[in-house]
Write a protein that binds this ligand. Structure first.
Ligand code: ATP
Ligand code: F6P
Length: 471
């Protein structure tokens, strides 16, 4: 495909030839495309098929890429009138239930259409069962009339055991069952599913005119129909890479380097003696956390990450995309030198660290763009250990924990600390393990001139929590 780089280094697509009413000519935050396409991703499927989880992941992924997205969950609209309905509420012959559910869907669609009126608001996810053809046709017609494209995403799964596990994992603790016995909640939820099964219609040839992606048995088969443009294909490609097997991702910065000790940024320095000590301790730290699970280690192409990973007894892969943020003309300088030689740049970086691009180098925004294939590969993979650099680690962490662009470049990630991330439904769990090897702190607070500070080591100083907004 014809994807070009803008002078700012952002990716853009040439304008499509046919211009529909859903396109406006503005460029979004990352310049992902020249024209804006507004898309409503319409979730489809029986209850407990992972729709909400998929919806939230898509929104988090797009947010991370600076593509403005929002999820409209019809269940939470329904809950305002009917907070804890019994299964019979979802019986399609229950006229009052039907009326209230249609009203909730209408309220969500109205809010969504209103949300699209704001500039830059590009993708909404309408999270509901949308389980009948008539409901889907109604949504499509409404979106068509507003100039919004629709992408229907169905999750179809008949694995009884998996559905039961889903119910126990997320449904018994849903707001619909607060304060209720989990066994009774699970039983009622199964009844609810039966109500839906009576009228459920899967996407089929009757809807051949619609754009859709049908994910069968958690991605073992994916059927796509009429995917029309770049953003739609990007969302579909992301969905195709998701899996729900239990796994963890470990991330660590490289051990302390000679540049860290001298306070210089960038470069391709060797590990310091203390960094080498961390490298020796790392296999033990990993084994303690991962046990005998199979693991693959990813490093950057820079010496300090390879040296840190050298004692790890696992398959290794090195990625250019994991190299540290390129500090351009400032490479090899200390923060103090940068402040002296490039005072305006130093101040501009503090003002907007996420967007500031070093002269001849990169910004955090640039790093996120080059990390996208890494995130895609991480979604496809199981247990991975990534040994990388401060800025890159912040960006990867921000994706999994939903940290904002304002916060992520300022997060403190100490050296000689292994972070374990375990994605579960709706939330990524985090655990930190410090190796008892002192290291300098390379963290610089906004507005401070601090050189890399000497610290007594992680064990003597509890590492402050990274601001995290996990979902
Ligand atoms: P409801 O219609 O009641 O809102 P839902 O379809 O939105 O249900 P979720 O609340 O998202 O269901 O269910 C989350 C559970 O689904 C998690 O346990 C997750 O592991 C599992 N899951 C995620 N993706 C899929 C999938 N493609 N197929 C089946 N289960 C999935
Ligand atoms: O100091 C270590 C380091 O990895 C540098 O090489 C890099 O420029 C810097 O951290 C990134 O952190 P910040 O964005 O906070 O300057």
């Amino acid at each position: 495909p014809d994807i070009r780089k803008t002078p700012q280094g952002d990716f853009m697509r040439p304008a499509t030839r046919t211009r529909m009413s859903s396109h406006s000519k503005k460029t979004n935050g990352v310049g992902v495309q020249v024209e804006e396409t507004r898309i409503c991703v319409v979730m489809v499927g029986l209850p407990a098929r992972g729709k909400s989880l998929i919806a939230q992941k898509v929104v988090r992924y797009l947010d991370w890429l600076s593509i403005k997205a929002k999820c409209f969950n019809v269940g939470s609209y329904r809950r305002t009138a009917t907070p804890q309905p019994a299964a019979s509420f979802f019986d399609f012959s229950n006229t009052e239930g039907e009326r209230l559910r249609k009203a909730a869907a209408e309220a969500a669609v109205n809010d969504m259409c209103h949300w699209f009126h704001s500039p830059g608001h590009l993708i909404a996810v309408l999270d509901a069962t949308n389980s009948t053809k008539s409901r889907r046709r109604w949504i499509k017609e409404r979106c068509d009339s507003e100039g919004i494209e629709t992408l229907f995403v169905e999750s179809k799964c008949d694995d009884e055991e998996l559905i039961m596990a889903n119910i126990m994992e997320v449904k018994t603790t849903s707001p619909d069952y607060v304060g209720q016995d989990p066994e009774a909640a699970a039983k009622d939820f199964r009844e609810r599913i039966k109500m839906y099964e009576r009228v459920y219609e899967t996407l089929d040839e009757d809807e051949a005119d619609m754009t859709y992606c049908k994910i069968i048995d958690v991605g073992s088969q994916v059927i796509i129909n009429r995917i029309q443009d770049y953003l739609q294909s990007r969302v579909v490609y992301y969905l195709m890479n998701l899996h729900i097997k239990p796994r963890s991702i470990w991330i660590s910065r490289h051990g302390e380097s000679e540049y860290n000790v001298s306070g210089q940024i960038g470069g391709d320095a060797n590990l310091s003696p203390r960094g080498a000590q961390y490298a020796k301790l790392l296999p033990g730290l990993v084994a303690k956390s991962a046990g005998d699970r199979p693991l693959t280690v990813w490093t950057s192409t820079l010496k300090r990450t390879a040296q840190t990973a050298c004692h790890l007894p696992y398959e290794k892969l090195s990625w250019k995309a994991l190299d540290e943020l390129d500090s351009g003309v400032c490479d090899g300088m200390t923060y103090g030198q940068i402040e002296k030689e490039y005072p305006q740049d130093f101040a501009a970086r503090d003002e907007d660290k996420y967007n500031y691009r070093y002269l001849g180098g990169e910004s955090y925004r640039d790093v996120v763009i080059r990390l996208e294939p890494i995130i895609m590969e991480l979604e496809r993979s199981e247990n991975i250990l990534i040994v990388t650099h401060q800025a890159v680690l912040r960006c990867i962490y921000a994706y999994f924990m939903g940290v904002s662009q304002e916060q992520s470049p300022w997060m403190e990630v100490p050296l000689h600390c292994l972070i374990k991330l375990t994605p579960r439904a709706y939330k990524t769990y985090e655990e930190r393990m410090s190796a008892d090897v002192p290291a300098v702190s390379t963290w610089r607070e906004k507005g401070s001139k601090a050189e890399h500070a000497q610290t007594p080591g992680p064990s003597a100083r509890p590492s402050p929590m990274i601001p995290a907004m996990s979902k």
